[in-house]
Design a protein around this ligand. Structure first.
Ligand code: UDP
Length: 338
């Protein structure tokens, strides 16, 4: 298939582009490079386009006429979304709406959407399944839920076939060393720990009085390659007209607290991480752990990277190389693993 990947210069989009390309699909990346990286687009053409520019999106779709779209382009920082909700509603929701309208105009009717467990809000049961009430506690989750609702309406009115993949916490890096996780500013836990280690600074731990066994937040860390394979399976299922649900959770079914993640990184790096306790970050639910039963049943997907230490090992190797080559800001063609 010819697949348009919005946000294909970002962390999850770029790993998925590589995976889809290696599976034989043709890739076109649409990205405004606001937070993505030119060096991360190595599999397919880059169209430097902002989703907020409707006519540019329409022109891009008319020119390439993709068979399907994998839609990643979005802002994804919970704390920032609480500080600046307008940014999130405009970029994540209005941008997606533009994409949907351009998609319908171009005749393409297949889309896999990068959604999130943040649409569930505070968990009412230990394992979140797809039927859990949807009550986001931050504008990031709300903006993604609004897109899911728009997808349902476009299915009814325009025959759009879509599948939302609700990820838990993405982690890891490309084992071949061509891609990894780089955000600016970095707010995600694992790369923040790496940054603290590399720069000799203290890690800020946001909240140690949550109602969890060690008082710190629990998350389900899902490897980036497992996310990439889920996208391929969903896109291929949409192409074969296989009946799919509108949304699937993607996680491992196992949670790690912030303190457990710190301990894993300390074991992998053989270094002690200085930690400073800070107040809880606004919008952070205490625990988010996935049930991935439906994705297994319908997509034939399962998480292969179930040992978080392995994901941390690969990511640490990549991060050290990236950090050391950072003076040139945009590594070309990207750090190589040993
Ligand atoms: N966290 C932390 N210090 C950091 C970054 C994150 O204590 O420097 C915590 C954060 O409060 C949350 C967990 O780590 O409880 C995972 O945060 P992350 O930003 O990686 O993902 P999120 O779940 O917010 O999408």
């Amino acid at each position: 298939m010819k697949i348009l990947i919005t946000g294909g210069a970002g962390y999850i989009g770029s790993h998925t582009a590589k995976h889809l390309s290696q599976a034989g699909h043709e890739i076109v990346v649409l990205d405004n490079l606001g937070r993505g990286h030119r060096w991360a687009v190595k599999w397919g053409l880059l169209e430097e386009v902002d989703l907020l520019d409707l006519s540019a999106v329409q022109r891009t779709l008319q020119r390439h006429r993709p068979d399907a779209v994998a839609h990643f382009a979005a802002y994804a920082l919970v704390g920032e979304s609480v500080q600046n909700p307008g940014l999130y509603y405009r970029n994540n929701f209005v941008g997606s709406l533009n994409l949907l309208e351009a998609l319908i105009g171009s005749g393409c009717r297949k889309l896999v959407f990068s959604s999130t467990c943040a649409i569930y809000g505070n968990p009412q049961q230990p394992l979140l399944d797809e039927s859990h009430p949807q009550k986001p506690v931050n504008p990031y989750g709300q903006s993604k839920l609004m897109v899911e609702q728009a997808l349902a309406d476009f299915a009814t009115s325009h025959g759009l076939k879509s599948c939302a993949l609700r990820y838990f916490n993405a982690c890891g890096a490309d084992p071949e060393g061509e891609l990894g996780e780089v955000h600016d500013p970095e707010t995600h836990l694992i790369p923040s720990i790496f940054n603290a280690l590399m720069s000799g600074q203290t890690l800020k731990l946001f909240g140690d009085q949550y109602n969890t066994p060690d008082g710190t937040c629990i998350r389900d860390y899902i490897n980036i390659l497992d996310l990439a394979s889920a996208h391929r399976l969903a896109l291929e299922a949409l192409a074969t007209e296989k009946p799919l649900r509108t949304a699937y959770n993607l996680g491992t079914g196992r949670g790690h607290s912030v303190r457990e993640v710190i301990a894993i990184v300390e074991r992998v790096t053989r270094r002690k991480i200085p930690v400073e306790i800070h107040p809880p970050r606004a919008g952070d639910p205490p625990s988010l752990v996935s049930s991935a039963r439906l994705a297994q049943r319908d997509l034939g997907w399962h998480a292969e990277w179930t040992d978080l230490s392995r994901s941390v090992e690969v990511a640490w190797k990549w991060h050290q190389r990236w950090f050391n080559s950072r003076l040139s800001r945009e590594p070309q063609p990207g750090p190589k693993a040993d």
